[in-house]
Every structure is written in C-alpha cells, then in structure tokens.
Design a protein around this ligand. Sequence first.
Ligand code: PRT
Ligand code: ZN
Length: 283
Amino acid sequence: MLKLAVQKSGRLHEDSMRLLKECGIGISNGANKLKTEAGNFPLQVFFLRDDDIPQYVEDAVADIGIVGENVVYEKNKSVDVVEKLGFGKCRLSFAVARGEEYSNIQSLEGKRIATSYPYLTGQFLSKNKVKADIHEISGSVEIAPGIGLADAICDLVSSGSTLLTNGLKEVETILQSEAILIRNRQLNKAQQQLLDKLLFRVHAVKKAKNNKYILLNAPNDKLNEIIGLLPGMKSPTVLPLADKGWSSVHSVLSEDEFWDKIEQLKDAGAQGILVVPIEKMVM
Ligand code: PRT
Ligand code: ZN
C-alpha cells in the first residue's frame, strides 16, 4: 500500500484529484474525511493542509505527496522531488507600491518586507547581499504596504490582479512554481514499485495533454510534402480515401508546435483537418 498526501481543500485539491482519476485511480470523495482508500489501486489518500505535506512525507506518515514547489522549498524538508505535474502554476515575487522607485534588488536594502515565505525570501536576499527586515505574516500579505506594515512584499502571483488591486507592482521573481510529486527518501522496494506504476500512468496522462491527434485529407501529389511536416509517434498513418487521388493522413502533434504546423499543412494543400484530444499516450 502506498500512502499519498494531497491538499484537503484549496487551489491544488481538484487538480490533484483529477490527475488521480485520469490515472484510472478511483477515489470516493469523502469531503470531510482525513483519509480514504482507492478502489482499484493499492493507494491510501490523506487529505491535509498543504503546509504540512512536506513534513508528513519526510516523516513517512505519507510516502508521497502532491504540493506546490513553493511550499516544498520554503519548508526545506528532506524529501525528493519526483515529477512536475503541470498545474498550480505561480511565481514567488517581490512587489512594491506602484509609485515606488525600484531599479534592482539593492533597492530593497534596509526595507521592511512582509512575506509568508521567510526562508526563501531571506535566502534570496542574502545571496544578493541585501540586508532587509523580514516580517513573517501568514495571510493577506498584499495589504501590508497599504497599512504601513511593510515597504515591500514577497508573495505568490499568478494573474497579477491581486497586486494590481492593492496598488502594487511586481519587481523581481525569485521562484517559478507548480505542483510537484514528492517522495519520502526511504521507500521500500514494494513502495517504489507502486510509485513507478503510478508514475507510468502520470507520464501517459501528461504526454497526452501535451499532444493532439490530427487527421487530414491530402491530395496524393502533395503527400510527401505533407508527411514531411508531420512527426507522428513512429511515422504518420496514411490511408487511401474512396475519392481517388486523395489520402487520409493521421498523426500526433505537440501543443507547442501545433498552430505553426496547421498553417504549414494548409499551405501545403491539406484539407478537412480534424484535431482531437488524446486521453492517454504510452510510448
Ligand atoms: O488550507 P491550505 O493551507 O492547504 O491552503 P493555502 O490557503 O495555504 O493554499 P492555497 O489553496 O491558496 O494554494 C495552494 C497552492 O496553490 C500554493 O501553495 C501554490 O503552490 C499554488 N498557487 C497557484 C497559488 C496561486 N497560484 C495563487 N495565486 N497559491 C496562492 N495564490 C494566491 C497568492 O498568495 C495571492 O494572494 O493568490 C493571490 C494572487 O493571485 P493573482 O491571480 O491575483 O496574482
Ligand atoms: Zn497552506
């Protein structure tokens, strides 16, 4: 049995549960439960506050956990990072009042900085040889400058709208963060095997999300050019259409090159292009 810690409620909860579901692991979502067991995978799920997850994983109360990088690096516990999960993306940044002048990190010398991330903030400042006064506060960090508690803050940002509505501007990013899978450093062989099995599924889900299945019709005299544009898992599948002189071409395109490729395919003579999501992808 593998024990997994996930956030009980909050920004990472739903995406964590969705990932398990996409990995074919059925969890009955007992909203107020502390722990539950998967029906079809030897997995026990603990629902915890995100701040506690690194400690629980270090202590082997949980074998693995899903939590933000920001929390893992702030808590600085002895755990291994196994995998980036692609959700819960944000950044840890310094921000100052919009009217404040800021040229570089030295501008924070002697300033009062409010943050819920005293360890990471302190580490970054001392690496840059800046001496400042760090005030640890646990929530609503963004109001600190407005009420005269601090000159600057160091907080998580995603869209930037919280900073904007509080009259602040982002001036320096110290960490890019997303949800990650962490593991205890002393897993036994059986636990490691279960983790590998879970990871195999996670990779298939992640890969599928980054790729699209594409079907198109190509005039046979343009086939070579069109096939040359497509990567495919091995090579594209080409099937003759009932209409002589035309073929149907099937392939897989990655999300980042998707729009460029579609344009090139159209220019090369492809028609009736269909793009469909892929559920799992095993290489
Ligand atoms: O109860 P528990 O302790 O488990 O939850 P929590 O309240 O401590 O954390 P929660 O649920 O707010 O966030 C969990 C994790 O989500 C964080 O540790 C990050 O890894 C990740 N995450 C991603 C974020 C954000 N984006 C985010 N925008 N966590 C917090 N924010 C906050 C930020 O602190 C600021 O107040 O959102 C505001 C900024 O958002 P924008 O969009 O206005 O820039
Ligand atoms: Zn928290």
